[in-house]
Write a protein that binds this ligand. Structure first.
Ligand SMILES: Nc1ncnc2c1ncn2[C@@H]1O[C@H](COP(=O)(O)OP(=O)(O)OP(=O)(O)O)[C@@H](O)[C@H]1O
Ligand SMILES: [Mg+2]
Length: 326
């Protein structure tokens, strides 16, 4: 078992090649300290679900060392299973059972007595505010309700480590906030949560640390603030009327760093503001001299969206090489 101070998750050189040659994990290294929310980000097909499934012992890595709570997932998957919970990208609940029965069943699988499983299910269902629908068969649930019951089931065993693969995809904004509260409570109680999400705002809000995965490798890692700082300059966005867009583009090109991109359709010019507010003032001065009047101006520090795009932008061009190159 893990000693105090050890990471709760340690992945070294994990490789997973699927039949057909897709190298879903390509020597991935990752360390997660206990008691935090760790966010995994990455484009579609990056390897996030593959990693979660390996950590949750549903898949075996082809190479590398993967330890959860100090236990090797290849050598002793049964012991790993006793200390983890998983809510998957595709909710794995039994349609013919009620929500409550699903949650109780998972509790029983974790070895709780019937009474304890029932009590804990009631607590968990109240926590995710699904108690009203708890006694209906899951097949009558909406997509968002299924996700929430799947999450409730993953909590039934009070896991030491909880893996959540896109827990809030398709969940409405109010329920999403409820789930965030549940996750934060859990971490407050000492659970370690590893979650993937396509909602960068969610990662920013919840995750203490974030790992960005691309093509089966960890390409960047740190706190949300560290990732943003590493991405570099503040970004200046100027909304320009269509008729003046070409002029604005020319005028701003002389302003040191070239506009890093512009979206003619939405009439927005984006440039790196190397000198922050000074760049903003100079841009406005130049536009003014050319009689260009922006309809909107915004200067902002890089967001996680910017981090994500900067790290994974190449993909549109060489997306297909990933599998073909193996
Ligand atoms: N069972 C499988 N058989 C063959 N290829 C697979 C299998 N599972 C995943 N892959 C491939 O492995 C790669 C990584 O997939 P994975 O599901 O881990 O990505 P992901 O990061 O979770 O993506 P998404 O954001 O779309 O959920 C993809 O190219 C995918 O097509
Ligand atoms: Mg996935």
């Amino acid at each position: 078992m893990a000693a105090v101070g050890d990471p709760i998750i340690r992945v070294e050189g994990a490789v997973k090649v699927f039949r057909g040659g897709v190298r879903a994990l390509d020597g991935l290294d990752l360390t997660v300290e206990p008691g935090i929310v760790y966010g995994l980000l990455g484009p579609n097909g990056a390897g996030k679900t593959t990693l979660i499934r390996i950590l949750a012992t549903l898949l075996r890595p082809d190479a590398g060392v993967v330890r959860v709570a100090g236990i090797d997932v290849r050598r002793d998957p049964d012991t790993v299973r006793t200390c983890i919970g998983l809510a998957g990208q595709y909710a794995a609940v039994d349609d013919h059972l009620t929500g409550r029965e699903n949650v109780e069943m998972v509790g029983r699988l974790y070895g709780l007595s019937r009474r304890d499983a029932r009590r804990r299910a009631a607590e968990t269902l109240a926590r995710i505010q699904l108690d009203g629908a708890a006694d209906r068969q899951v097949k009558t649930y909406s997509g968002g309700m299924r996700r929430r019951i799947d999450l409730a089931a993953s909590l039934a065993g009070r896991p030491q480590v909880l893996f959540l693969d896109e827990p809030t995809t398709g969940v409405d904004p109010a329920s999403r906030r409820d789930l965030w509260d549940v996750i934060q409570d859990l971490v407050g109680d000492g659970t370690t949560v590893v979650l993937t999400t396509q909602y960068l705002e969610e990662a920013d809000r919840l995750a203490h640390r974030i790992g960005v995965i691309d093509r089966g490798r960890l390409v960047s890692e740190g706190t949300p603030e560290q990732l943003k700082d590493r991405t570099g300059d503040a970004v200046l966005r100027l909304s320009i009327p269509d008729a003046q867009l070409a002029t604005a583009n020319t005028v701003l090109q002389a302003l040191g760093p070239q506009p890093s991109g512009h979206d003619r359709q939405r009439g927005t010019l984006i440039l790196h503001a190397t000198d922050g507010v000074a760049t903003l003032r100079e841009a406005l001065r130049r536009l003014d001299a050319a009689d260009v009047i922006p309809t909107d101006v915004g200067l902002h520090k890089p967001t996680l969206d910017d981090v994500f795009l900067a790290l994974t932008r190449h993909r549109t061009a060489d997306d297909t090489q990933h599998s073909a190159a193996v």
